[in-house]
Design a protein around this ligand. Structure first.
Ligand code: C2E
Ligand code: MG
Ligand code: MG
Ligand code: MG
Length: 280
């Protein structure tokens, strides 16, 4: 239509498309170099019990240690990774790094890893996970794979892969729960072990808990664990605990931290537990 108007709109549109294509190529090339150059790092954000705040594990969150820009968050590069297909390489790297680290944690601590719809469509994805588990020595039940509702549109090998992951004994979590259009039907068709309420539904002080409450009830009906993410205040922790959330994650408990800081945090916890143990 723009072309017919003869106002050059179509040409401007095409030029815009080409510029955006070139920009994606440039960003993807930089990201590919960074992955090869070992500039990606995995941070860990503790997941705690409610209401008492004991650490049960952590979520692995990727960052880019950029030589000029410093530590860059995933918001700045995950979309590039997905659109260029680099997420398949990056995601496999995160899985290996996260399982290797978690295998050094004491007891039954778990690690959650975010997996994009694109990775889940690739035939053979369960073998990528199995190899990471085998090489790290982490038992399958200590790994949770976080997926978002975009997997519902699926395609490719998605359904087989979800079944393959369940067969491995890995746990599945529905991330950012409530933000998609198909949350309810997805729960019926894709059995998971856990749902994570998106932090946009964790109310500010005095705000309504209607959605958080409804999701907690849904979790009970489907017998899945409910996690509240983005907990920033003690009041939010108390309210979510009262609604029946089993687990929480958020700045109130701990920010995402380096693997070394996570180790220090776990050692500190262990020392506390040991100092409480009866001496005979
Ligand atoms: P997500 O999986 O929902 O991760 C939670 C995000 O919320 C993290 O941001 C975390 O730092 C942030 N967060 C945690 N607690 C709080 C809080 O109390 N307040 C606020 N305001 N924010 C909080 P981050 O690390 O920037 O990650 C953003 C998203 O990037 C993740 O959302 C996930 O979708 C994606 N992502 C991160 N790492 C990976 C990865 O290895 N692979 C894939 N495919 N996606 C990843
Ligand atoms: Mg997540
Ligand atoms: Mg989330
Ligand atoms: Mg999110």
């Amino acid at each position: 239509a723009a072309k017919e108007r003869g106002d050059g709109g179509y040409e401007r549109y095409r030029a815009g498309m080409e510029a955006r294509g070139a920009e994606l190529n440039r960003r993807a090339a930089a990201l590919r170099t960074a992955i090869l150059d070992d500039q990606m790092v995995v941070f860990f954000q503790p997941v705690v019990t409610l209401p008492d705040g004991r650490i049960t594990g952590a979520e692995a969150l990727v960052r880019w240690q950029h030589p000029a820009d410093g530590l860059v968050g995933p918001g700045a590069f995950i979309e590039t990774a997905e659109r260029s297909g680099l997420i398949v390489t990056l995601g496999a790297w995160v899985l290996r790094a996260a399982t290797r680290e978690a295998a050094t944690w004491p007891g039954e601590l778990t690690v959650s890893v975010n997996v994009s719809a694109r990775q889940l469509r690739e035939a053979g994805f369960p073998e990528v996970v199995a190899a990471a588990l085998r090489d790290s020595g982490l038992p399958p039940h200590r790994l949770t794979v976080e997926i978002t509702e975009s997997v519902a549109v699926g395609g490719g090998a998605t359904a087989e892969n979800l079944q393959g992951l369940r067969d491995l004994g890995v746990r599945l979590s529905l991330d950012d729960f409530g933000t998609g259009a198909s949350t309810l039907s997805l729960l019926a068709t894709c059995p998971v072990h856990q749902i994570k309420l998106d932090r946009s539904f964790v109310p500010e002080s005095g705000g309504s808990v209607a959605i958080a409450d409804a999701v907690a009830q849904m979790a009970r009906a489907f017998a899945v664990q409910a996690v509240a993410e983005g907990i920033e205040t003690a009041e939010q922790a108390t309210r979510m605990a009262a609604l029946g959330y089993d687990r929480a994650q958020g700045f109130h408990f701990a920010r995402p931290m380096s693997a070394a800081d996570m180790q220090a945090r776990l050692n500190q916890n262990l020392a506390q537990v040991q100092s409480l143990a009866p001496t005979d």
